[in-house]
Design a binder for this molecule. Structure first.
Ligand code: KG4
Ligand code: ZN
Length: 330
């Protein structure tokens, strides 16, 4: 079995996954509340908290899997991109766990993890496929032929979709990170009550979300505090609709241009209920098979890191001791 460790941002994650993709455990210790009062993730606080939590989270993942380190033959860990101090905690822990038992270590790209989340479980997606990844830090469409590699077909030129959700949520007084709260607030509200811009830059498959939050800022200002508060749910619904429309439009174009037969979504924003419904309808209309991972496999987790590690060569001991974390996309 594979022990996965992921600490790229503010969630301390460990998972046990079998080589056939069966998930034995998937544990996430969220630091969300710790950072909420600062309105965003404070990197130094995140690293310290990872350090406090990582051993317990790994122990918990093993226990829930009914396994011990004796059952683990590979350790997989996120190497980047992410917050460098946060990544280093996971990487050092994974090195120590692997080295103590002479096990191989597989360094994994966090984004490949999101792209490949749908290769888990008893109905895994098979390449070739096209994947939409929308998270707090990244938004892109990718064509996957030989995992863990993927070709980026289009990406955001400014804010990520999750960032747009978080900034919108903050303007609506929903706290941080606000994507899931905005999703809940929007449920049942009138998405057509307000009109927000849908930006689809260029002829390619790129995204742009930075104008959207500015539009919301002005809208809230124009309405005034009281009226904006009263119409908060409609604002949330209309704002969410604009993000979902853009993601769906590009997904549709990517499927058509790539001639894809299989499509997957991933990343925290793939947990959004409206996006899940819309992409489901689009794929049904286009006759494309769709993989929508459980919400716990969309937001950051270590099972997807273990999943992606199955497609990379693991490094043997002591080769990996000098391995460094990488804040940027490798
Ligand atoms: O993939 P993820 O957990 O971490 C990154 O790699 O960034 O994504 C986190 C992002 C946050 O921006 C969060 O607000 C957003 O995913 N998110 C959602 C929902 N759940 C999480 N956005 C919209 N609707 C949701 N239900
Ligand atoms: Zn992520």
């Amino acid at each position: 079995m594979i022990l996965g460790v992921e600490t790229s941002c503010d969630d301390t994650c460990a998972a046990v996954v079998a080589h056939d993709g069966a998930i034995r455990s998937n544990v996430v210790a969220s630091q969300g509340l710790l950072h909420a009062r600062y309105g965003g993730v404070v990197p130094e606080i995140a690293s310290r908290r990872h350090l406090e939590l990582v051993d317990a989270v790994v122990a918990d993942a093993l226990e829930r899997a009914g396994a011990s380190l004796d059952d683990v033959d590979t350790v997989a860990v996120t190497r980047g991109p992410g917050l460098i101090g946060a990544l280093l905690v996971g990487l050092s822990s994974a090195k120590a766990l692997a080295a103590a038992r002479g096990l191989p270590l597989a360094p994994v790209d966090h984004l490949a993890g999101h792209v490949l989340a749908s290769t888990l479980g008893d109905d895994p997606i098979e390449p070739p496929f096209v994947s939409l990844v929308a998270s707090g830090g990244h938004t892109f469409l990718a064509r996957v032929e030989r995992p863990p590699g993927y070709a980026v077909l289009g990406q955001t030129l400014d804010d990520a979709a999750g960032e747009a959700f978080d900034k919108g949520a903050r303007l609506l007084g929903l706290g941080y990170p606000g994507g899931a709260a905005l999703d809940r607030l929007a449920r049942g509200a009138d998405a057509e009550a307000f009109d927000f811009p849908r930006s689809l830059p260029g002829d390619g498959l790129d995204f742009s979300f930075s104008g959207l939050k500015t539009a919301l800022l002005y809208k809230v200002r124009d309405l005034g505090e009281e009226e904006a508060e009263r119409r908060r749910a409609d604002l949330a619904a209309a704002y969410q609709r604009a993000i979902v429309d853009a993601l769906d439009a590009r997904a549709r174009q990517a499927i058509e241009r790539a001639g894809a037969r299989r499509f997957a979504i991933g990343g925290g924003v793939a947990a959004n209920s409206e996006l899940r419904e819309r992409i489901t309808a689009t794929c049904a209309e286009l006759g494309v098979d769709l993989w929508v991972p459980d919400r716990a496999l969309c937001t950051d987790n270590a099972a997807m890191i273990a999943a992606a590690s199955r497609f990379t060569r693991a490094l043997e001991y002591p080769e990996y001791l000098s391995l460094d974390a990488s804040a940027r996309v490798a």
